[in-house]
Design a binder for this molecule. Structure first.
Ligand SMILES: *Cc1c(COP(=O)(O)O)cnc(C)c1O
Length: 363
């Protein structure tokens, strides 16, 4: 039985998986229609030439930009593409050319590889205080801090890579803008997953996770009235991938984005309820956190290698999850966790099987 009322429809739109796929935070499963959109374009490229094929679909692509831009609260002309979210961040930072020693404020869930990008450019990174045990930013403290100091920008992972906590992005943008500070949001884990109209100056994300678009394409949008201007030139990154991404967005909007977000929140709640405390694994999010990214802290005494071994063992029994090591969120934790990120097609039997395996796994 599907956890979500959208489960059957979501499942039917995709090939039968070989495994129980609970790993959307790594890469979601594309629909048949999205795969066909990508391959159709690749066939067109081979038949008529890549540039001819691109020109032939240029008008349609221009039209399709509307879907993605509305999903993230931007306008179509503000969007450009790169091959990944990371490449988007790099493009932003190289075209922004902020002074060395600029300061950037981040939440503690900041993605490790993003911190490397800031470090490479000599930016000083300052973590914002948490307002609770789940790692949500303390927006009152932020408001206070901004009265004394203004960073060059705030960079926020809307949802991080090793916690399902959804940051209060709208409030953070409000508070930052009141102090004249621009906000950049990494939406890699939030786009297609939770509401992503935030008012931020610059947002970027990836196709392959919750949107279940193809792997190898990322997007970035700079608001025309951004508090700090930057021009990111167009690139011709993976046209077939863009076609697929637009198809995935179109499917999401056809179902209704709010409905998908609500149902994913249900999936997260049910998953947390089912797994918390099983075999001494502990769910790290609040039960009703409105996301389907669930992390489990291992039983006491387990090391990184043990968590990896657990993920391998699960995979051997046909369940795909991620052993998430602390490099993903080095400001938040030193502990490895098991990341369980089901999409709308998860069934109660899948969670039962995972629970049985977690219970019997140990020493
Ligand atoms: C996956 C992820 C990224 C990187 O996405 P790519 O498209 O692989 O570059 C960035 N930030 C967060 C929070 C992520 O989870």
């Amino acid at each position: 039985m599907y956890v979500s009322e959208l489960g059957e429809e979501w499942h039917r739109a995709r090939v039968e998986p070989d495994i129980i796929h609970l790993d959307s935070a790594a890469a979601g499963r594309s629909s048949d229609s999205t795969i066909n959109a990508v391959t159709d374009h690749l066939w067109r490229e081979s038949r008529s030439g890549s540039y001819v094929a691109a020109a032939a679909c240029a008008e349609q692509m221009q039209h399709d930009l509307r879907g993605l831009s509305s999903l993230i609260g931007h306008t179509p002309d503000e969007l450009t593409f790169r091959e990944s979210a990371r490449a988007c961040l790099r493009a932003l930072l190289s075209h922004w050319s902020l002074p060395v020693a600029s300061t950037v404020w981040v939440a503690k869930n900041e993605f490790g590889p993003n911190l490397d990008e800031f470090e490479r450019r000599g930016y000083a990174v300052r973590p914002l205080p948490d307002g609770d045990v789940y790692g949500h930013v303390d927006t009152d403290a932020l408001e206070n801090m901004l009265q004394f100091e203004q960073p060059a920008f705030i960079h926020l992972c809307h949802i991080g890579s090793m916690s399902g906590a959804v940051q209060p992005a709208v409030r953070i943008v409000e508070v930052a803008h009141a102090a004249g500070v621009p906000v950049v949001i990494d939406m890699s884990q939030s786009v297609g997953h939770v509401p992503t109209v935030t008012g931020a100056d610059i947002v970027y994300g990836t196709s392959r996770k919750w949107l279940t678009g193809p792997r190898g394409i990322g997007f970035i949008a700079v608001r025309r009235d951004s508090l700090r201007e930057v021009e990111i030139p167009d690139s011709d990154a993976f046209i077939a991938g863009r076609v697929g991404l637009h198809n995935a967005v179109h499917e999401l909007l056809a179902v209704g984005q709010q409905r998908v977000f609500r149902e994913l929140a249900t999936v997260g709640r049910v998953t947390r309820e089912r797994l918390n405390g099983i075999g001494s694994w502990e769910v790290l999010e609040a039960g009703d956190e409105p996301s389907a990214l669930v992390t489990l802290a291992p039983p006491p005494g387990w090391q990184t290698a043990d968590v990896r071994a657990a993920a391998d063992k699960l995979r051997a029994t046909g369940i795909l999850v991620t052993a998430a090591d602390s490099w993903r969120a080095p400001l938040a934790t030193e502990q490895s966790v098991l990341r369980v990120s089901p999409h709308l097609d998860v069934r109660r039997e899948d969670l039962d099987l995972l629970a049985v395996n977690l219970r019997t796994m140990g020493y």
